[in-house]
Design a protein around this ligand. Structure first.
Ligand SMILES: [Zn+2]
Length: 178
């Protein structure tokens, strides 16, 4: 079982299958950058949306990413795109990866980030969906504080990066394990 990275509202949009392990690493490296860079409410909601995908919170294999569901607005589309590209670029540059607590395999994570980058660039304003009640849109601000080890937002059950630490990690490297 795994998840999909998709951009279904773009014609011939790619569908990238990911293992659960790759999904977790992708969310970890994106969240590291998104939580660090977020200053506006939209950016904080987007960063928290990534955090909410923690498989320890929602279940393994349910946390894929669909580019149209990133909470895009018509009013600020260019800034939103610029923010997400800055996040992806920081992840591609392995920025702050020393906080991860493990070494991702570059041969799987870097191509996934490149695919995501291309999907963001190709996503046009015209593909922003009408609000749908089923869509999982980034609509919540983080209110549970921040992990002192990983410097990412906590969700109501803990820290996504603590949850992704090796099982034998010392407790002080994973203080907010769910
Ligand atoms: Zn943590």
């Amino acid at each position: 079982m795994g998840t999909l990275l998709t951009s279904q509202r773009v014609s011939d949009g790619p569908v990238v299958p990911m293992s659960n392990g790759l999904t977790a690493v992708l969310l970890d490296v994106l969240s590291l950058a998104a939580c660090r860079f977020a200053t506006t409410d939209w950016e904080k909601r987007f960063a928290y949306f990534l955090i909410q995908h923690d498989a320890s919170r929602v279940g393994l294999g349910t946390a894929g990413l669909e580019v149209s569901e990133f909470g895009w607005t018509h009013e600020d589309f260019e800034n939103e795109k610029r923010f997400i590209l800055a996040v992806v670029d920081a992840a591609l540059a392995k920025s702050n990866w020393e906080l991860l607590g493990f070494e991702p395999r570059p041969e799987s994570i870097l191509p996934a980030l490149e695919r995501l980058r291309a999907m963001i660039i190709a996503f046009p304003m015209s593909a922003i969906p009408r609000e749908s009640e089923d869509a999982w849109i980034p609509d919540e601000l983080p209110t549970h504080g921040e992990c002192e080890v990983h410097h990412v937002y906590l969700h109501e059950l803990g820290c996504m990066l603590c949850n992704d630490q090796p099982i034998d990690a010392p407790p002080n490297r994973a203080p907010h394990r769910t």
